[in-house]
Design a protein around this ligand. Structure first.
Ligand SMILES: C[S@@+](CC[C@H](N)C(=O)[O-])C[C@H]1O[C@@H](n2cnc3c(N)ncnc32)[C@H](O)[C@@H]1O
Length: 183
């Protein structure tokens, strides 16, 4: 039963890492916490993405992917699983590890990168999905103004992207809203 104890210890370690990272990022950096997009929001976001009819090979990034809810929904929905380059960016090591493990277990082609998306190039991305918070959207907006590919699409769950007008706003019930931007 030694392996059970090792597994238990590992789980506790990952949980502790998550709590420390989340506390630090929330309190000192103002980054968005881990809250997953609701299923009905993801369904609508995927339908909106499909209606864009992006060409094969398009790069799709989920910024602050958590467990990569949007990308997983998308991969499940499309017939040709390799049509798009699906990439999730996640800052927290513990969450990144969990997402990688889940994707590995289902044989997914989604790639997860552990990085701060504010500190990486977002230049040649065709479509973004994000569920962040107000301050992060403001910082993301400044970055996108400088380097986003003209005409790239950003689908935001809930939060506005300052400095841009949405081309579409979709209300989902009383509390949820998807905003679509052309950059
Ligand atoms: C509200 S959750 C959304 C998770 C997922 N995208 C979804 O819709 O279910 C926000 C995620 O973004 C991550 N995050 C926040 N700021 C980040 C940054 N600058 N770079 C990478 N990930 C970030 C957080 O760790 C968290 O997992």
């Amino acid at each position: 039963m030694i392996w059970l104890q090792v597994l238990g210890l590992l789980l506790i370690l990952v949980l502790l890492t998550f709590l420390v990272e989340e506390f630090f990022n929330l309190i000192f950096k103002g980054y968005a916490p881990l809250v997953s997009s609701r299923s009905k929001v993801l369904d609508e976001a995927v339908q909106q993405f499909i209606s864009l009819d992006l060409p094969a090979g398009a790069k799709v990034y989920e910024l602050g992917c958590g467990r990569a809810g949007f990308l997983r929904h998308l991969e499940k929905t499309i017939e040709d699983k390799e049509k798009y380059k699906l990439v999730g960016i996640e800052l927290l090591f513990s969450v990144y590890l969990l997402a990688k493990l889940q994707l590995f277990l289902v044989g997914s082609k989604i790639k997860i990168i552990r990085k701060n998306f504010l500190k990486m190039s977002l230049k040649d991305v065709d479509c973004f999905y994000c569920y962040l918070n107000g301050p992060m959207m403001a910082r993301l907006s400044l970055k996108l103004k400088k380097e986003a590919k003209p005409g790239a699409i950003l689908i935001s769950n809930q939060f506005e992207l300052p400095g841009y007008e949405p081309i579409e706003e979709i209300r989902l019930g009383l509390t949820n809203c998807l905003r679509i931007y052309k950059l």
